[in-house]
Ligand binder design. Structure first.
Ligand code: SF4
Length: 427
Protein backbone atom coordinates (compact mmCIF):
# COMPACT_ATOMS: atom_id res chain seq x y z
CA UNK A 1 0.00 0.00 0.00
CA UNK A 2 1.06 3.58 -0.61
CA UNK A 3 0.49 5.56 2.57
CA UNK A 4 0.36 9.32 3.05
CA UNK A 5 0.58 10.70 6.61
CA UNK A 6 -0.46 14.20 7.59
CA UNK A 7 -0.60 15.99 10.94
CA UNK A 8 -2.18 19.16 12.23
CA UNK A 9 -1.25 20.87 15.48
CA UNK A 10 1.44 19.96 17.93
CA UNK A 11 4.85 18.40 17.70
CA UNK A 12 3.57 15.26 19.31
CA UNK A 13 1.21 14.74 16.40
CA UNK A 14 4.15 15.13 14.04
CA UNK A 15 6.21 12.69 16.03
CA UNK A 16 3.51 10.08 15.88
CA UNK A 17 3.68 10.22 12.10
CA UNK A 18 7.27 9.10 12.36
CA UNK A 19 6.33 6.08 14.46
CA UNK A 20 3.52 5.16 12.12
CA UNK A 21 5.70 5.60 9.09
CA UNK A 22 8.27 3.28 10.63
CA UNK A 23 5.63 0.65 11.37
CA UNK A 24 4.15 0.80 7.86
CA UNK A 25 7.55 0.63 6.20
CA UNK A 26 8.53 -2.26 8.44
CA UNK A 27 5.66 -4.25 6.91
CA UNK A 28 6.67 -3.44 3.35
CA UNK A 29 4.36 -0.46 2.67
CA UNK A 30 5.69 2.74 1.15
CA UNK A 31 5.23 6.38 2.10
CA UNK A 32 4.18 8.92 -0.52
CA UNK A 33 4.47 12.68 -0.22
CA UNK A 34 1.46 13.47 -2.39
CA UNK A 35 -1.88 12.42 -0.91
CA UNK A 36 -3.31 12.08 -4.39
CA UNK A 37 -1.00 9.13 -5.04
CA UNK A 38 -1.90 7.30 -1.84
CA UNK A 39 -4.04 4.21 -1.22
CA UNK A 40 -4.30 5.17 2.45
CA UNK A 41 -4.39 8.72 3.81
CA UNK A 42 -3.92 9.11 7.55
CA UNK A 43 -4.74 12.43 9.21
CA UNK A 44 -3.66 13.16 12.77
CA UNK A 45 -6.08 15.90 13.82
CA UNK A 46 -5.91 18.61 16.44
CA UNK A 47 -8.59 20.17 18.65
CA UNK A 48 -6.66 22.56 20.81
CA UNK A 49 -8.92 25.43 19.74
CA UNK A 50 -12.31 25.58 18.00
CA UNK A 51 -10.42 26.81 15.00
CA UNK A 52 -8.22 23.73 15.03
CA UNK A 53 -11.31 21.53 14.94
CA UNK A 54 -12.62 23.47 11.98
CA UNK A 55 -9.29 23.14 10.24
CA UNK A 56 -9.34 19.38 10.84
CA UNK A 57 -12.79 19.10 9.27
CA UNK A 58 -11.75 21.20 6.30
CA UNK A 59 -8.68 19.09 5.72
CA UNK A 60 -10.73 15.87 5.91
CA UNK A 61 -12.99 17.31 3.19
CA UNK A 62 -10.10 18.30 1.01
CA UNK A 63 -8.23 15.01 1.38
CA UNK A 64 -11.36 13.09 0.47
CA UNK A 65 -12.28 15.36 -2.42
CA UNK A 66 -8.83 15.21 -3.96
CA UNK A 67 -8.46 11.46 -3.64
CA UNK A 68 -11.82 9.77 -3.04
CA UNK A 69 -10.36 6.40 -3.97
CA UNK A 70 -7.99 6.36 -0.99
CA UNK A 71 -9.08 5.07 2.41
CA UNK A 72 -9.21 7.99 4.81
CA UNK A 73 -8.12 7.25 8.38
CA UNK A 74 -8.53 9.93 11.03
CA UNK A 75 -6.90 10.01 14.44
CA UNK A 76 -5.75 12.64 16.95
CA UNK A 77 -7.47 14.89 19.45
CA UNK A 78 -10.35 16.07 17.30
CA UNK A 79 -11.13 12.47 16.29
CA UNK A 80 -11.05 11.49 19.96
CA UNK A 81 -13.34 14.25 21.21
CA UNK A 82 -15.78 13.94 18.32
CA UNK A 83 -15.44 10.28 17.41
CA UNK A 84 -19.02 9.79 16.18
CA UNK A 85 -19.07 13.00 14.20
CA UNK A 86 -15.78 12.14 12.51
CA UNK A 87 -16.89 8.58 11.79
CA UNK A 88 -19.94 9.93 9.96
CA UNK A 89 -17.98 12.57 8.08
CA UNK A 90 -18.13 12.09 4.32
CA UNK A 91 -15.30 9.91 3.12
CA UNK A 92 -13.91 8.78 6.49
CA UNK A 93 -13.25 5.04 6.50
CA UNK A 94 -11.70 4.53 9.92
CA UNK A 95 -11.43 6.55 13.14
CA UNK A 96 -8.67 5.73 15.61
CA UNK A 97 -9.11 7.58 18.92
CA UNK A 98 -5.98 8.52 20.88
CA UNK A 99 -5.96 5.57 23.30
CA UNK A 100 -5.59 3.23 20.30
CA UNK A 101 -3.08 5.37 18.45
CA UNK A 102 -0.21 2.98 19.02
CA UNK A 103 -2.07 0.30 17.14
CA UNK A 104 -3.05 2.55 14.24
CA UNK A 105 -0.72 1.03 11.62
CA UNK A 106 -1.80 -2.49 12.54
CA UNK A 107 -5.48 -1.52 12.53
CA UNK A 108 -5.08 0.06 9.10
CA UNK A 109 -3.22 -2.95 7.75
CA UNK A 110 -5.79 -5.37 9.17
CA UNK A 111 -8.63 -3.42 7.65
CA UNK A 112 -7.27 -2.30 4.31
CA UNK A 113 -4.02 -3.98 3.35
CA UNK A 114 -4.38 -5.87 0.13
CA UNK A 115 -1.88 -8.45 1.25
CA UNK A 116 -3.96 -9.83 4.06
CA UNK A 117 -7.22 -11.70 3.90
CA UNK A 118 -10.31 -9.79 2.97
CA UNK A 119 -13.11 -9.62 5.48
CA UNK A 120 -15.34 -10.49 2.50
CA UNK A 121 -18.25 -8.49 3.87
CA UNK A 122 -19.09 -5.68 1.56
CA UNK A 123 -20.35 -3.05 3.90
CA UNK A 124 -21.21 0.10 2.01
CA UNK A 125 -18.00 1.96 1.52
CA UNK A 126 -15.79 -0.94 2.41
CA UNK A 127 -15.51 -2.31 -1.07
CA UNK A 128 -12.05 -1.69 -2.40
CA UNK A 129 -13.09 -2.36 -5.98
CA UNK A 130 -15.33 0.67 -6.26
CA UNK A 131 -14.70 4.04 -4.75
CA UNK A 132 -17.39 6.25 -3.36
CA UNK A 133 -17.83 9.71 -4.71
CA UNK A 134 -20.32 12.36 -5.61
CA UNK A 135 -21.45 10.22 -8.51
CA UNK A 136 -21.50 6.74 -6.98
CA UNK A 137 -23.27 5.36 -3.91
CA UNK A 138 -23.39 1.97 -2.24
CA UNK A 139 -26.72 0.47 -1.38
CA UNK A 140 -26.71 -2.25 1.17
CA UNK A 141 -29.39 -4.71 0.09
CA UNK A 142 -28.81 -7.57 2.52
CA UNK A 143 -26.63 -8.86 5.34
CA UNK A 144 -25.48 -12.32 6.41
CA UNK A 145 -24.73 -15.48 4.51
CA UNK A 146 -26.06 -19.03 4.67
CA UNK A 147 -22.76 -20.58 3.56
CA UNK A 148 -19.74 -21.59 5.54
CA UNK A 149 -16.62 -21.00 3.47
CA UNK A 150 -13.84 -22.14 5.76
CA UNK A 151 -11.76 -18.93 5.53
CA UNK A 152 -14.67 -16.55 6.07
CA UNK A 153 -15.38 -14.95 9.42
CA UNK A 154 -18.35 -13.00 8.14
CA UNK A 155 -20.68 -15.88 8.29
CA UNK A 156 -19.71 -16.43 11.94
CA UNK A 157 -20.00 -12.75 12.80
CA UNK A 158 -23.13 -11.85 10.88
CA UNK A 159 -25.42 -14.80 11.02
CA UNK A 160 -28.28 -15.65 8.72
CA UNK A 161 -29.29 -13.79 5.59
CA UNK A 162 -31.47 -10.78 6.10
CA UNK A 163 -32.68 -8.68 3.19
CA UNK A 164 -34.02 -5.15 3.03
CA UNK A 165 -37.43 -4.80 1.43
CA UNK A 166 -37.78 -3.85 -2.22
CA UNK A 167 -39.72 -0.75 -1.22
CA UNK A 168 -37.01 0.42 1.14
CA UNK A 169 -34.29 -0.05 -1.46
CA UNK A 170 -36.26 1.64 -4.24
CA UNK A 171 -36.89 4.64 -2.00
CA UNK A 172 -33.19 4.92 -1.24
CA UNK A 173 -32.29 4.76 -4.92
CA UNK A 174 -34.83 7.48 -5.73
CA UNK A 175 -33.50 9.68 -2.94
CA UNK A 176 -29.90 9.28 -4.08
CA UNK A 177 -30.88 10.05 -7.61
CA UNK A 178 -32.39 13.38 -6.59
CA UNK A 179 -29.08 14.12 -4.87
CA UNK A 180 -27.25 13.82 -8.19
CA UNK A 181 -25.92 10.26 -7.81
CA UNK A 182 -25.52 8.67 -11.23
CA UNK A 183 -24.46 5.18 -10.27
CA UNK A 184 -25.44 2.75 -7.54
CA UNK A 185 -23.57 -0.35 -6.41
CA UNK A 186 -25.78 -3.05 -4.90
CA UNK A 187 -23.87 -4.36 -1.94
CA UNK A 188 -24.18 -7.09 0.66
CA UNK A 189 -22.43 -10.07 2.20
CA UNK A 190 -24.08 -12.55 -0.17
CA UNK A 191 -25.69 -10.35 -2.81
CA UNK A 192 -26.85 -13.36 -4.85
CA UNK A 193 -28.88 -14.54 -1.85
CA UNK A 194 -30.94 -11.34 -1.80
CA UNK A 195 -34.56 -12.01 -1.01
CA UNK A 196 -34.13 -15.59 0.26
CA UNK A 197 -35.89 -14.51 3.47
CA UNK A 198 -38.52 -12.32 1.76
CA UNK A 199 -39.67 -14.62 -0.98
CA UNK A 200 -38.11 -12.48 -3.67
CA UNK A 201 -34.76 -12.50 -5.49
CA UNK A 202 -31.91 -10.41 -6.83
CA UNK A 203 -33.48 -10.76 -10.27
CA UNK A 204 -36.74 -9.20 -9.05
CA UNK A 205 -34.88 -6.46 -7.20
CA UNK A 206 -32.89 -5.39 -10.26
CA UNK A 207 -36.03 -5.51 -12.40
CA UNK A 208 -37.84 -3.31 -9.91
CA UNK A 209 -34.97 -0.79 -9.81
CA UNK A 210 -34.94 -0.68 -13.60
CA UNK A 211 -38.71 -0.27 -13.78
CA UNK A 212 -39.33 2.07 -10.87
CA UNK A 213 -36.32 4.40 -10.89
CA UNK A 214 -34.40 6.36 -13.49
CA UNK A 215 -30.94 5.88 -11.97
CA UNK A 216 -28.48 5.93 -14.89
CA UNK A 217 -26.18 3.11 -13.86
CA UNK A 218 -26.54 0.03 -11.71
CA UNK A 219 -23.67 -2.19 -10.65
CA UNK A 220 -23.14 -5.11 -8.32
CA UNK A 221 -20.42 -5.31 -5.71
CA UNK A 222 -18.93 -8.75 -5.21
CA UNK A 223 -21.40 -11.54 -6.07
CA UNK A 224 -20.63 -15.14 -5.19
CA UNK A 225 -20.51 -17.14 -8.44
CA UNK A 226 -23.57 -19.24 -7.69
CA UNK A 227 -27.27 -18.77 -6.82
CA UNK A 228 -27.73 -16.81 -10.07
CA UNK A 229 -30.69 -18.12 -12.04
CA UNK A 230 -30.53 -18.90 -15.78
CA UNK A 231 -32.51 -15.77 -16.74
CA UNK A 232 -30.27 -13.48 -14.64
CA UNK A 233 -28.00 -12.32 -17.46
CA UNK A 234 -31.04 -11.27 -19.51
CA UNK A 235 -31.24 -8.29 -17.15
CA UNK A 236 -28.13 -6.90 -18.81
CA UNK A 237 -30.18 -6.26 -21.95
CA UNK A 238 -30.87 -2.96 -20.22
CA UNK A 239 -28.03 -0.52 -20.92
CA UNK A 240 -28.52 0.79 -17.38
CA UNK A 241 -27.19 -2.42 -15.86
CA UNK A 242 -23.43 -2.17 -16.32
CA UNK A 243 -21.79 -5.15 -18.09
CA UNK A 244 -19.41 -6.08 -15.30
CA UNK A 245 -19.49 -8.48 -12.37
CA UNK A 246 -16.98 -9.18 -9.66
CA UNK A 247 -17.24 -12.94 -9.17
CA UNK A 248 -14.82 -14.13 -6.47
CA UNK A 249 -13.23 -17.40 -7.54
CA UNK A 250 -10.62 -17.65 -4.71
CA UNK A 251 -8.68 -20.54 -6.29
CA UNK A 252 -8.37 -22.21 -9.67
CA UNK A 253 -7.80 -25.63 -8.12
CA UNK A 254 -10.80 -27.81 -7.28
CA UNK A 255 -9.02 -29.49 -4.40
CA UNK A 256 -8.29 -26.11 -2.81
CA UNK A 257 -11.86 -25.00 -3.46
CA UNK A 258 -13.04 -28.11 -1.65
CA UNK A 259 -10.90 -27.27 1.39
CA UNK A 260 -12.37 -23.78 1.27
CA UNK A 261 -15.90 -25.29 1.13
CA UNK A 262 -16.74 -23.11 -1.86
CA UNK A 263 -20.02 -23.89 -3.62
CA UNK A 264 -18.54 -23.26 -7.03
CA UNK A 265 -15.94 -25.44 -8.68
CA UNK A 266 -13.85 -24.50 -11.71
CA UNK A 267 -16.15 -26.09 -14.32
CA UNK A 268 -19.27 -24.31 -13.13
CA UNK A 269 -17.37 -21.03 -12.82
CA UNK A 270 -16.19 -21.35 -16.41
CA UNK A 271 -19.75 -22.10 -17.57
CA UNK A 272 -21.05 -19.05 -15.74
CA UNK A 273 -18.42 -16.76 -17.26
CA UNK A 274 -19.00 -18.16 -20.72
CA UNK A 275 -22.73 -17.73 -20.40
CA UNK A 276 -22.27 -14.09 -19.34
CA UNK A 277 -19.80 -13.34 -22.11
CA UNK A 278 -21.97 -14.99 -24.75
CA UNK A 279 -25.02 -13.04 -23.61
CA UNK A 280 -23.46 -9.60 -23.10
CA UNK A 281 -20.95 -7.95 -25.45
CA UNK A 282 -17.81 -6.64 -23.75
CA UNK A 283 -18.77 -8.21 -20.41
CA UNK A 284 -15.97 -7.80 -17.87
CA UNK A 285 -15.42 -10.42 -15.19
CA UNK A 286 -13.16 -9.45 -12.29
CA UNK A 287 -12.31 -11.71 -9.38
CA UNK A 288 -10.54 -12.43 -6.08
CA UNK A 289 -7.80 -14.99 -5.60
CA UNK A 290 -6.47 -16.16 -2.25
CA UNK A 291 -2.82 -17.13 -2.43
CA UNK A 292 -1.31 -19.68 -0.06
CA UNK A 293 -4.42 -21.28 1.43
CA UNK A 294 -3.35 -23.99 3.93
CA UNK A 295 -1.96 -27.03 2.16
CA UNK A 296 -1.77 -25.33 -1.26
CA UNK A 297 0.76 -27.47 -3.14
CA UNK A 298 2.93 -26.36 -6.02
CA UNK A 299 0.73 -28.43 -8.37
CA UNK A 300 -2.43 -26.75 -7.05
CA UNK A 301 -0.79 -23.38 -7.44
CA UNK A 302 0.15 -24.10 -11.07
CA UNK A 303 -3.45 -25.20 -11.71
CA UNK A 304 -4.65 -21.87 -10.34
CA UNK A 305 -2.28 -19.87 -12.54
CA UNK A 306 -3.33 -21.82 -15.62
CA UNK A 307 -7.00 -21.52 -14.79
CA UNK A 308 -6.85 -17.76 -14.15
CA UNK A 309 -5.00 -17.29 -17.42
CA UNK A 310 -7.58 -19.35 -19.30
CA UNK A 311 -10.47 -17.28 -17.93
CA UNK A 312 -8.74 -13.92 -18.45
CA UNK A 313 -10.04 -11.60 -15.72
CA UNK A 314 -10.24 -7.88 -16.42
CA UNK A 315 -8.93 -7.27 -12.91
CA UNK A 316 -7.88 -9.56 -10.07
CA UNK A 317 -7.74 -8.79 -6.37
CA UNK A 318 -5.00 -10.90 -4.83
CA UNK A 319 -4.92 -11.72 -1.14
CA UNK A 320 -2.27 -13.66 0.70
CA UNK A 321 -3.99 -16.07 3.05
CA UNK A 322 -3.83 -15.16 6.72
CA UNK A 323 -5.74 -17.15 9.32
CA UNK A 324 -8.65 -15.51 11.08
CA UNK A 325 -9.39 -16.76 14.53
CA UNK A 326 -12.78 -18.43 14.74
CA UNK A 327 -12.73 -19.80 11.20
CA UNK A 328 -12.36 -23.45 10.28
CA UNK A 329 -9.43 -22.72 7.98
CA UNK A 330 -7.44 -21.28 10.88
CA UNK A 331 -7.29 -24.81 12.31
CA UNK A 332 -6.18 -26.46 9.06
CA UNK A 333 -2.77 -28.08 9.02
CA UNK A 334 0.06 -27.39 6.63
CA UNK A 335 0.33 -23.62 6.40
CA UNK A 336 2.16 -22.26 3.37
CA UNK A 337 5.42 -20.52 4.38
CA UNK A 338 5.42 -16.72 3.98
CA UNK A 339 8.26 -16.78 1.45
CA UNK A 340 6.27 -19.05 -0.84
CA UNK A 341 3.14 -16.96 -0.39
CA UNK A 342 5.07 -13.84 -1.38
CA UNK A 343 6.49 -15.54 -4.45
CA UNK A 344 3.07 -16.83 -5.52
CA UNK A 345 1.48 -13.45 -4.91
CA UNK A 346 4.10 -11.84 -7.15
CA UNK A 347 3.46 -14.37 -9.90
CA UNK A 348 -0.26 -13.77 -9.69
CA UNK A 349 0.19 -9.98 -9.75
CA UNK A 350 2.27 -10.27 -12.91
CA UNK A 351 -0.31 -12.50 -14.56
CA UNK A 352 -3.18 -10.26 -13.46
CA UNK A 353 -1.52 -7.16 -14.94
CA UNK A 354 -0.94 -8.91 -18.23
CA UNK A 355 -4.56 -10.12 -18.40
CA UNK A 356 -5.86 -6.67 -17.56
CA UNK A 357 -3.79 -5.17 -20.35
CA UNK A 358 -5.04 -7.80 -22.81
CA UNK A 359 -8.64 -7.12 -21.89
CA UNK A 360 -8.15 -3.34 -22.09
CA UNK A 361 -6.49 -3.55 -25.48
CA UNK A 362 -9.47 -5.42 -26.89
CA UNK A 363 -11.46 -2.26 -26.32
CA UNK A 364 -9.19 0.20 -28.10
CA UNK A 365 -11.00 2.05 -30.86
CA UNK A 366 -14.40 1.73 -29.15
CA UNK A 367 -16.53 4.73 -28.25
CA UNK A 368 -18.27 4.22 -24.91
CA UNK A 369 -20.16 6.33 -22.35
CA UNK A 370 -17.75 7.10 -19.49
CA UNK A 371 -18.89 8.42 -16.13
CA UNK A 372 -16.24 11.00 -15.28
CA UNK A 373 -15.37 11.34 -11.63
CA UNK A 374 -12.22 12.77 -10.23
CA UNK A 375 -10.55 15.89 -11.45
CA UNK A 376 -7.03 17.16 -11.04
CA UNK A 377 -5.67 20.44 -12.38
CA UNK A 378 -2.44 20.42 -14.35
CA UNK A 379 -1.68 23.91 -15.64
CA UNK A 380 -4.22 24.82 -18.28
CA UNK A 381 -5.49 21.25 -18.40
CA UNK A 382 -7.93 19.35 -16.24
CA UNK A 383 -7.20 15.64 -15.88
CA UNK A 384 -10.17 13.38 -15.27
CA UNK A 385 -10.55 9.76 -14.23
CA UNK A 386 -13.68 7.79 -14.93
CA UNK A 387 -15.01 4.34 -15.71
CA UNK A 388 -16.39 2.66 -18.80
CA UNK A 389 -19.66 0.73 -18.44
CA UNK A 390 -17.65 -2.48 -18.04
CA UNK A 391 -15.63 -0.88 -15.26
CA UNK A 392 -12.34 -0.17 -16.94
CA UNK A 393 -10.55 2.90 -15.65
CA UNK A 394 -10.06 5.69 -18.19
CA UNK A 395 -8.13 8.94 -18.00
CA UNK A 396 -8.41 11.99 -20.19
CA UNK A 397 -7.13 15.56 -20.33
CA UNK A 398 -9.27 18.48 -21.39
CA UNK A 399 -8.88 22.23 -21.24
CA UNK A 400 -10.00 23.83 -18.01
CA UNK A 401 -13.14 25.18 -19.62
CA UNK A 402 -14.59 21.72 -20.24
CA UNK A 403 -16.36 20.34 -17.19
CA UNK A 404 -16.73 16.58 -17.11
CA UNK A 405 -17.21 15.79 -13.44
CA UNK A 406 -20.26 13.62 -12.74
CA UNK A 407 -21.21 13.57 -16.42
CA UNK A 408 -21.61 10.55 -18.66
CA UNK A 409 -19.88 11.41 -21.92
CA UNK A 410 -19.19 9.35 -25.04
CA UNK A 411 -15.46 8.78 -25.08
CA UNK A 412 -13.05 7.26 -27.59
CA UNK A 413 -10.73 4.68 -26.06
CA UNK A 414 -7.41 5.54 -27.70
CA UNK A 415 -4.64 3.67 -25.88
CA UNK A 416 -3.70 1.80 -22.72
CA UNK A 417 -1.06 2.95 -20.24
CA UNK A 418 0.69 0.00 -18.59
CA UNK A 419 2.23 2.30 -16.03
CA UNK A 420 -1.11 3.77 -14.95
CA UNK A 421 -3.01 0.53 -15.59
CA UNK A 422 -5.60 2.68 -17.25
CA UNK A 423 -7.12 3.33 -20.65
CA UNK A 424 -6.46 6.75 -22.12
CA UNK A 425 -9.46 8.30 -23.82
CA UNK A 426 -10.56 11.43 -25.64
CA UNK A 427 -13.94 13.11 -25.39
S1 SF4 B 1 -20.27 -17.27 0.45
FE1 SF4 B 1 -18.53 -17.90 1.67
S2 SF4 B 1 -17.05 -16.21 1.50
FE2 SF4 B 1 -19.02 -15.43 0.81
S3 SF4 B 1 -19.85 -14.49 2.68
FE3 SF4 B 1 -20.68 -16.58 2.55
S4 SF4 B 1 -19.30 -17.81 3.78
FE4 SF4 B 1 -18.26 -15.86 3.36
Amino acid sequence: MKVHLKALGCRLNEAELEQWSHAFRGKGHSMVTDHEDADIVVLNTCAVTADAGKKSRKLMNRLYRENPEAKLVVSGCYATLETDKVAEHLGVDLVVPNPQKDQLPQMVMDKFAGNTMPIIAMEPGENSLFSRGRQRAFIKIQDGCRYRCTFCIVTVARGEEKSRTLKDIIEEVQRLQTQGIQEIVLTGVHVGGYGSDLDTSLYSLVKAILDETDISRIRFASVEPWDLPEEFFGLFDSPRLMPHMHLPLQSGSDTVLRRMSRRCKTDSFRDLVQHARNSIPGFNVTSDIIVGFPGETEAEWQETLEYVESIGFGHTHIFSYSPREGTKAARLADPVPDMIKKQRSLEMHQLAERLKQQFAELQLGNKVPVLWERQRQEGALAKYTGYTPNFMKVETSVTNTVLLENRIVDTNLDSYSVEKQSLIGSV
